[in-house]
Design a protein around this ligand. Structure first.
Ligand code: PLP
Length: 381
């Protein structure tokens, strides 16, 4: 007898950035030289202090489980870091540490969403959000943001999308894929619509013109802040993140986490403590490199025929309108991969609102960006 798999497995859309990367790797195995601008992964080493702290923890034998909420010392350091960055006082008991921001996201959606409940997502959006909502049994409801308005998530449009079944509003600032930042008034309005606000702040710190990011922490009663070490400290593979949640949510999040994950790795949490204490130089170095590469990309994409009505204010992506070359971003991205050997992510990965766009990651060297621009120019001329 053969068993079928759950319907849940069909509800998750393929992550196209990964599919492009996997095809690129296949081409590389065949000898092709590919320029990778598809993945959202810093090309910098983790802060040396974090690596050292991890090694020392391993040598000391800190290889077991920890408190399911994370080491007290790390939760205190995270609270202090939020105080420093956003000026908001955070009780360390409101922090739950997880093995990346993604597990924190899973816990929050499992906590908030009953089967059939709705979750409002700003579109275009990080590809995994709807997948998390589906896994929790929920239904994503999209509120479109537009390049012409700087991708502002309009609180009035969100209000109009709310129904008695709405259980959360999700916003990311700075955002993937647009690099857009939501201003303080917008975040405050979103946090006070009577529905929990889930604010993904994983790109906070990676901003270019001025540091005008506002945390949603402290803006409303029911705010869940998701954050982690992957982007700000170039620690994607360490797998370390956290959620700062309202006090009454902590116990249920903790019990869910106890069963699903038990705890984040002990030695990785030590790396997190060290990154918060000594990671600023890595962040500064990345920020200045990304600022330069952002300029390189913006200056190089325009003459080829891509338009970027709202240049990114943060994160490390340029979301460029590619309609001049066709409306089907998936075909265009795979065509560019095959013909120009440049890997980029199709806009459709970020929902229907992203169709006709391509996302270029500038977490790649200046040289890689220059080569990509040259190849794209030739392939699309
Ligand atoms: C907006 C956003 N949130 C969350 C994540 C996941 O991060 P983590 O590595 O902490 O699981 C990503 C990764 O690309 C992201 O872009």
């Amino acid at each position: 007898m053969s068993f079928g798999y759950s319907r849940r497995a069909d509800l998750a859309e393929p992550f196209l950035a990964m599919e492009v990367m996997e095809r690129a790797l296949e081409l590389e195995r065949g000898g092709a030289d590919i320029v990778h601008l598809e993945v959202g992964e810093p090309d910098f080493p983790a802060p040396p202090a974090a690596v050292e702290a991890c090694q020392q923890a391993l040598a000391r034998g800190e290889t077991g489980y920890t408190d399911s909420r994370g080491l007290a010392e790390l939760r205190e350091a995270i609270a202090a870091d939020h105080r420093r960055r956003s000026g908001v006082e955070v009780d360390p008991d409101r922090v739950i540490v997880t093995g990346g921001t993604s597990p924190a996201m899973l816990l929050v959606f499992l906590l908030l969403v009953e089967p059939g409940d709705e979750v409002v997502l700003a579109a275009p959006h990080y590809p995994c959000y709807p997948n998390f909502v589906h896994v929790a049994g929920g239904v994503p409801v999209y509120v479109e943001t537009r390049a012409e308005d700087g991708y502002r998530l309009d609180p009035d449009e969100v209000r109009a999308a709310l129904t008695p079944r709405t259980r959360a509003i999700v916003v990311a600032s700075p955002a993937n894929p647009t690099g857009a930042i939501q201003d303080a008034e917008t975040l405050a309005a979103l946090a006070n619509l009577g529905v929990p606000l889930v604010s993904d702040e994983i790109y906070d710190g990676l901003v270019y013109d001025e540091h005008r990011v506002t945390s949603a922490l402290g803006l409303g009663e029911d705010v869940f802040v998701l954050d982690g070490f992957s982007k700000r400290y170039a620690m994607t593979g360490f797998r370390l993140g956290y959620v700062v949640a309202p006090e009454r949510a902590i116990r249920p999040l903790q019990t869910l986490g106890q069963s699903l994950f038990i705890s984040a790795s002990h030695f990785v949490q030590r790396a997190g403590i060290a990154a918060l204490a000594h990671g600023e130089p890595t962040l500064r170095e990345m920020r200045s490199a990304y600022a330069r590469r952002r300029r390189l990309l913006l200056d190089g994409l325009a003459p080829i025929g891509f338009s970027v009505p709202t240049p990114p204010a943060g994160a490390f992506y340029v979301f460029a309108n590619a309609r001049r070359f066709g409306d089907d971003s998936r075909s265009l991205a795979f065509d560019l991969l095959e013909r120009a050997h440049v890997a980029v992510t199709p806009g459709i990965d970020f929902g229907q609102a992203g169709e006709g766009f391509l996302r270029f990651s500038y977490a790649a060297s200046d040289d890689a960006i220059a080569r990509a621009l040259q190849r794209l120019g030739e392939a699309l001329s």
